[in-house]
Ligand binder design. Structure first.
Ligand code: TMP
Length: 210
């Protein structure tokens, strides 16, 4: 695929504040006249949103870890094929709330399936399409989970409800992934105020787009 656009993904533990910050960045980029789409994983299109509901359903406690990894990869494939790849081909900036690094951290490290194993099933799903830039919202998992608990508007899903130990494994998985991809992934301190995080991430994105 000849990619003309820019693919930017956002990663981090639960309660890192990604979603709010990305919405603000999207508004700023639109007002500057960029062609841009904002999307998320798992989801972003009809079929992947259905898969999301299956994965995150609080009643699906019996879901096997490999099934979970495969469902995320399936949702990712459909989302890429239907929405992200065409947008990149058309020269859009694509902002995506979570992508393959979430699978490597959550399923690879958190669930203990292995980062390389989860990468290999995802390579089948994504082919050559990797982000140009990934911003990691760095926050201690305990602080992030406490933020979620305080936020009445955010319903807790099956993954949010995992043990603190699981969320620390996910966090440590992210550290390993950041070591593997030092040129692609940039960390930002997500314990700062929303405004400070937005400004810091804005600078990182402007640098990338220059
Ligand atoms: P969200 O809360 O950021 O919308 O993401 C939904 C949940 O799915 C969140 O707990 C992270 C998790 N997740 C994975 O475990 N693997 C993945 O590949 C993705 C994209 C998300």
């Amino acid at each position: 695929m000849v990619q003309k656009g820019v693919f930017i993904t956002f990663e981090g533990p639960e309660g890192a504040g990604k979603t709010t910050v990305i919405a603000e960045l999207y508004k700023r980029l639109v007002s500057e006249g960029h062609n841009i789409i904002l999307t998320r994983e798992p989801g972003g299109i009809r079929i992947a949103e259905k898969i999301r509901d299956v994965i995150l359903d609080n009643n699906h406690l019996e879901m096997d870890a490999k099934t979970e990894a495969l469902l995320y990869a399936a949702a990712r494939r459909q989302h890429l094929a239907e929405k992200v790849m065409p947008a990149l081909r058309d020269g859009y900036i694509v902002l995506c709330d979570r992508f393959v690094d979430s699978s490597l951290a959550y399923q690879g490290h958190g669930r203990g399936l292995g980062i390389d194993e989860v990468l290999s099933i995802n390579e089948f799903a994504i082919g050559e399409t990797m982000p140009d830039l990934t911003i990691f919202f760095d926050i201690d998992p305990e602080v992030g989970l406490a933020r979620i608990a305080k936020n009445d508007e955010r319903e807790q899903n099956r993954l949010d409800r995992e043990s603190l130990d699981f969320h620390y494994k996910v966090y440590n998985g992210y550290q390993e992934i950041i070591r593997r991809y030092p040129n692609r992934i940039v960390k930002t301190d997500a314990s700062l105020s929303e405004l400070e995080v937005t400004e810091n991430v804005w600078k990182i994105i402007c640098n990338q787009l220059m």
